[in-house]
Design a protein around this ligand. Structure first.
Ligand SMILES: CC(C)(COP(=O)(O)OP(=O)(O)OC[C@H]1O[C@@H](n2cnc3c(N)ncnc32)[C@H](O)[C@@H]1OP(=O)(O)O)[C@@H](O)C(=O)NCCC(=O)NCCS
Length: 163
C-alpha cells in the first residue's frame, strides 16, 4: 500500500477533480460527471470532497464525493486515475468518507453502482453489502442496459470485524 495524504477539498480543486474524473470512468457508461454537475453538488451543504495524493506525487490521484442526508451518507463518486490503481488509494478514500460520515452522525453509508463494475470487490472488502437493485438503470453507449445495485455499510462497525 502506498503512502497517501488525505485532505478535504473545495471547489478550488475542481481542475484536479476533473483531471481524475476524465481519466477514470469508462466512457461507455456515461457515469462521469461534468464540471457543472460537480460544482453544483459541491455548492450544497453537507456535501464533502476528499482528495488522495500519494506522497511521491504533487497532484491528487483520487477523489471521493459524498453527501449526508439526515442520518444516512451517500458515496456519490469514487475515482482513482488508472495509473495509480491497485495501490490501496480507493480503499483509503472509502475509509476517509466513512470516517467523516460517522463523525457527522451518519448511521450508514450507501452507494449505487453499475452491476458488473469491478469496484464491487473493493466495496465488499470494505464491509458493504447489497441492499437493492434498480433494473436497467444505466444505458451503455451501445444501448445495452445495466442494472444499478445499491450497497450499504453500517457505520460504527469496524469492517475488519465483519465476517
Ligand atoms: C474503483 C476504483 C476507485 C478503485 O481504485 P483503486 O485505488 O485501484 O482501489 P484499491 O487499490 O484500493 O483496490 C482495493 C481492492 O479492490 C479491487 N478492485 C478495485 N477496483 C477494481 C476493479 N475495477 N476491478 C477489479 N478489482 C478492483 C482491487 O483489486 C483491490 O483488491 P486487493 O487489495 O485484494 O488487490 C478505481 O478502479 C476507479 O477509479 N474506477 C473507475 C471509477 C469507478 O468505477 N468508481 C466506482 C463507481 S461506483
Amino acid at each position: 500500500m502506498t503512502r497517501v495524504i488525505v485532505s478535504t477539498g473545495t471547489a478550488a480543486n475542481i481542475e484536479a477533480v476533473m483531471r481524475i474524473m476524465d481519466s477514470a470512468f469508462d466512457p461507455n457508461f456515461g457515469e462521469a460527471w461534468n464540471r457543472g454537475q460537480v460544482l453544483g453538488m459541491m455548492s450544497l451543504s453537507d456535501v464533502w470532497l476528499i482528495l488522495a495524493t500519494p506522497d511521491d506525487d504533487e497532484m491528487p490521484e483520487g477523489f471521493a464525493l459524498a453527501r449526508l442526508t439526515i442520518d444516512e451518507a451517500e458515496l456519490l463518486l469514487l475515482a482513482v486515475r488508472p495509473e495509480a490503481r491497485g495501490r490501496g488509494i480507493g480503499r483509503i478514500l472509502v475509509e476517509a468518507v466513512a470516517e467523516k460520515a460517522r463523525a457527522r452522525g451518519a448511521l450508514r453509508l450507501m452507494l449505487e453502482m453499475r452491476e458488473g463494475n469491478g469496484a464491487l470487490a473493493l466495496y465488499a472488502a470494505a464491509g458493504f453489502a447489497q441492499i437493492g437493485r434498480r433494473r436497467d438503470y444505466y444505458r451503455g453507449r451501445d444501448m445495452s442496459r445495466h442494472d444499478a445495485i445499491t450497497l450499504a455499510r453500517p457505520l460504527g462497525i469496524d469492517p475488519g470485524l465483519v465476517a
